[in-house]
Design a protein around this ligand. Structure first.
Ligand SMILES: [Zn+2]
Length: 160
C-alpha cells in the first residue's frame, strides 16, 4: 500500500507584544539631555574613556561612571545598512531606511549610537552609495518637539 503524503498542517499568526522598560537613573539622565538637545556620556575615572550611550559602570574597569560630559553632535559612520524590505513591524511606507552605527567625536571606540541616516533622497540607492560610507561625517538633526527618547534625534545628516 502506497504511503499517502500529506502536507504538514500549518497555522499562521502574527503578534505584537507591548512592553515598557524601566530606564533606570543613567538612561533617564541620558534621555533628559535629549530634551535640551544635548548628548551626554559618562566618563570612567579609572581609564578615562567616555561612553555614549551613557553607562552606569565602565565595562572595562567595572568602575562606577559618575562623571557626566556633554559630547559632540557630530561623528563618523562606523557601519551602516540599507534596508529596503519589510519585516515584522516594518511596513512598506517605512522603507527604505538607512540604519547606522556612529561614533561621536570625543567618544571612545567600542561604543556607538544606533541611528538612522537621513536628509537625502534615500530611495535613490545610487546616491546613497555615493554619500553614505564608513568614515563619512554626520551630524544630529533634532526634532522640534522632543520627549526624551531616541526619536528626539530625527536623523543624522551627512556632512558634505
Ligand atoms: Zn574604565
Amino acid at each position: 500500500m502506497a504511503e499517502q503524503k500529506e502536507k504538514p498542517r500549518k497555522v499562521g499568526a502574527m503578534g505584537m507584544v507591548p512592553y515598557e522598560m524601566a530606564l533606570g537613573p543613567t538612561w533617564t539622565k541620558f534621555f533628559e539631555g535629549f530634551k535640551e538637545k544635548k548628548i551626554l556620556g559618562t566618563k570612567c575615572k579609572k581609564c578615562g574613556r567616555v561612553l555614549v550611550p551613557a553607562r552606569p559602570f565602565c565595562p572595562r574597569c567595572f568602575e562606577p561612571m559618575e562623571e557626566w560630559v556633554e559630547v559632540a553632535q557630530e561623528g563618523t559612520i562606523v557601519t551602516w545598512s540599507y534596508v529596503n524590505y519589510t519585516y515584522f513591524g516594518v511596513t512598506p511606507d517605512m522603507i527604505p531606511v538607512i540604519g547606522a552605527i556612529i561614533k561621536l567625536d570625543g567618544v571612545d571606540c567600542g561604543t556607538g549610537m544606533s541611528t538612522q541616516i537621513g536628509g537625502l533622497d534615500i530611495k535613490d540607492f545610487e546616491l546613497v552609495t555615493k554619500k553614505v560610507k564608513v568614515g563619512a561625517r554626520v551630524k544630529a538633526v533634532w526634532r522640534r518637539k522632543r520627549q526624551g527618547n531616541f526619536r528626539d534625534i530625527d536623523y543624522w545628516k551627512i556632512i558634505e
